[in-house]
Design a protein around this ligand. Structure first.
Ligand code: NAD
Ligand code: ZN
Length: 261
């Protein structure tokens, strides 16, 4: 279980809020931790999914190509959870910080689409989106929800457009290249950022974990909100340990005057 955030540390909260309030082109970087309170298990960390499945195996392109049915039987359970999930207070807080003019964008390693649901306007999905499925033969796209609806009758699911191609979610599996446009956009924003706000990520997956370094080199202060320590804590101006769904709204309360955002 992720422990509830400690109520002390008012000083750190004020410090972080001050840095966010001063920012005009901040970049947020999020990971699986921000969606944990929406009921989606993280890969690493407390309750991590990686304790139940072999992550590289079930999330690799090689595994998908060898046995799409096995891939889809894992994806079916997890995907259903993601399709039903709702954004939490942490997602809403990041949308409010963008609305109030402090964040330019959210770059996320998540594929669940919850930042968009919460109202964030500029969302850079570094690892693609799990809401869409694409045919590997003809390229036709369908919603994930439509494919899930027929999984009970068809495993693995096949493309309706060409009548046979294998369908793969438009997420980036291990062994696939990062989406070039999204990656370039995130690095440009990190370079131009006047604040880097990291939330709910172990900062263990590159190149996403490179973004805070780029921002730091460009002179932006780093604020980290995470349940556990990360390898970047020592570079941060402020580290707030706890739940992002509790801490991010506390920051918004201090940064965005009541009635706005
Ligand atoms: P991760 O699973 O490696 O790390 C998650 C981090 O979040 C951990 O450090 C953990 O301590 C922290 N955490 C857990 N609950 C938290 C909470 N309530 N508040 C704050 N922090 C919390 O995730 P990652 O670094 O994002 O990388 C794993 C990869 O797996 C990602 O690239 C992503 O594509 C994928 N993934 C996506 C989802 C999703 O879309 N929701 C979920 C799991 C994994
Ligand atoms: Zn097809």
């Amino acid at each position: 279980m992720v422990p509830h955030s400690e109520a002390e540390r008012p000083h750190d909260l004020e410090l972080a809020a001050g840095l966010i309030a001063a920012a005009r082109r901040g970049l947020a970087l999020t990971g699986a931790g921000v969606s944990q309170e929406s009921g989606i298990p993280t890969f690493r960390g407390p309750d991590g999914l990686w304790r139940r499945y072999d992550p590289v195996k079930v999330s690799s392109l090689e595994y998908f190509m060898q046995d799409p049915a096995a891939y889809w039987s894992v994806a079916r359970e997890r995907g259903q959870l993601v399709l039903q999930a709702l954004p939490n207070a942490g997602h809403h807080a990041l949308a409010a910080l963008e609305e109030a003019g402090h964040l330019a964008a959210v770059a996320t390693q998540n594929t669940d689409g919850l930042h968009l649901d919460a109202g964030s306007r500029r969302v850079i999905e570094l690892h693609g989106s799990g809401r869409t499925v694409r045919c590997l033969d003809c390229g036709a796209r369908e919603t994930r929800a439509a494919v899930h609806a027929r999984l009970a009758a068809e495993m693995p699911p096949r493309c309706l457009a060409c009548g046979g191609g294998h369908l793969k979610p438009t997420t980036i599996l291990f062994g696939e290249p990062m989406p070039a446009a999204a990656t370039a956009e995130a690095f440009e924003l990190a370079q131009a950022a006047d604040l880097m706000l990291v939330a709910g990520t172990s900062l263990a997956v590159y190149p996403a974990a490179q973004l805070p370094l780029v921002a730091l080199e460009a002179g932006a202060p780093l604020v980290i909100v995470n349940a556990e320590p990360t390898p970047f804590d020592r570079f941060a101006a402020v580290v707030l340990h706890g739940r992002s769904g509790e801490i991010l709204p506390q920051l918004v309360e201090r940064v965005v005057p009541a009635g706005r955002g």
